[in-house]
Design a protein around this ligand. Structure first.
Ligand SMILES: Nc1ncnc2c1ncn2[C@@H]1O[C@H](COP(=O)(O)OP(=O)(O)OP(=O)(O)O)[C@@H](O)[C@H]1O
Ligand SMILES: [Mg+2]
Length: 320
């Protein structure tokens, strides 16, 4: 890893309006009709923005994580995130924080992910969340809005966050899909990190050739929908578009175990390196390194700092 060009990083705020208590376990084989005896279970405080905050923390940075919490699952969630010593603001809701369930099938190496919808937020609740966000946006810093919107939250929620961020001179980063992503792009943001599936859905196009992928992200930048578009391609790496260049990076060769949280890790490392004052090319390398480092860890476990720094250095030394 390159030495940090600045001693004090710019502040980062992460938002998680639909967090999930991640429950993960394993079983020999998933089938119907019988009880499935499972192994040990693991609990993690998940959901886009909180995962980004946890990755930033692991890589030596800090964020303020704003999230919703309600019911007994919300209490458990709060305890888990507090145990990780991440500075947080929890916005209380009446419904119960959702749970996600991941099962690794040990006989086959397959993974089953059950992702629940999340509790409905009332008008008052999402407005209270937005008010907390508005009061917490770091001037000159980064705001990372990541993850799905739960029922009751308007589709332009991230677009509103983007507007508030711009008014405060903060750079807004959005990792979302469907109408929430489209509305944010119509408002204009600093960075988006769609996967191929998410970008294809947004454009209503298959994007099955490299030329169509590059054309699509170049157009978003030219139209000022986003200053940077980092299109992630899973095992095929990622492509970054800015107004001055297109950069493509493959993933370093690693043994892949579970890709849960890879996208959040990508985003966490990207934003942290930018906040630390690194050039965008270096931040992009760190992002691919962190996504890949998370793919090396089991179940919902996120990347380890030593792996990220090793892969980051490998990518910096490689000639593509
Ligand atoms: N199988 C893999 N092998 C190595 N690296 C991977 C793999 N899958 C993901 N990654 C890393 O994580 C990054 C993000 O992955 P991906 O494109 O799957 O996004 P995602 O946000 O996790 O996807 P989605 O939101 O659609 O589930 C990739 O750019 C890559 O660096
Ligand atoms: Mg993703």
């Amino acid at each position: 890893m390159e030495a940090s060009p600045t001693t004090s990083a710019k502040p980062i705020l992460t938002l998680t309006v639909n967090p999930a208590l991640d429950v993960s376990t394993s079983t020999e084989r998933v089938f119907s009709g019988h009880k499935l005896r499972c192994g040990m279970s693991r609990l993690d405080p998940g959901g886009g923005g909180v995962n980004v905050a946890r990755v930033v923390q692991r890589l030596g940075g800090q964020t303020l994580a704003v999230y919703t919490a309600g019911g007994p699952t919300g209490d458990a969630y709060r305890r888990l995130i507090e145990a990780e010593r991440i500075p947080t603001l929890a916005v209380p809701i009446r419904g119960s924080t959702r749970q996600d369930f991941t099962v690794d099938e040990t006989d086959t190496g397959k993974q089953f992910r059950f992702v629940l919808e999340g509790p409905e937020l009332s008008d008052e609740e999402w407005r209270a969340f937005l008010a907390v966000v508005a009061a917490s946006i770091p001037v000159g810093g980064f705001v990372v809005a990541s993850g799905s919107l739960p029922p009751g939250v308007p589709k332009d929620f991230y677009a509103r966050v983007a507007r508030l961020s711009r008014e405060c001179g903060a750079r807004c980063v959005v990792d979302a899909s469907g109408p929430a992503l489209s509305a944010a792009l119509a408002e204009g943001v600093f960075l988006i990190k769609p996967s191929l599936r998410e970008l294809g859905e947004h454009l209503g196009a298959a994007l099955d050739t490299e030329a169509s992928q590059i054309g699509a992200i170049e157009t978003l930048v030219a139209d000022r929908a986003a200053e940077y578009v980092a299109l992630t391609l899973g095992e095929a790496g990622a492509v970054l578009a800015s107004k001055s260049a297109i950069i493509r990076l493959p993933v370093p060769a690693v043994r892949v175990i579970s890709t849960v949280g890879a996208g959040d890790s990508f985003l966490g490392a990207f934003v942290l390196r930018l906040a630390q004052g690194h050039p965008v090319e270096a931040a992009f390398r760190a992002a691919v390194a962190a996504g890949t480092a998370t793919a090396m860890t089991p179940a919902t476990e996120l990347c380890h700092r030593a792996d990220v720094e090793r892969l980051e250095a490998e990518l910096a030394a490689a000639v593509f």
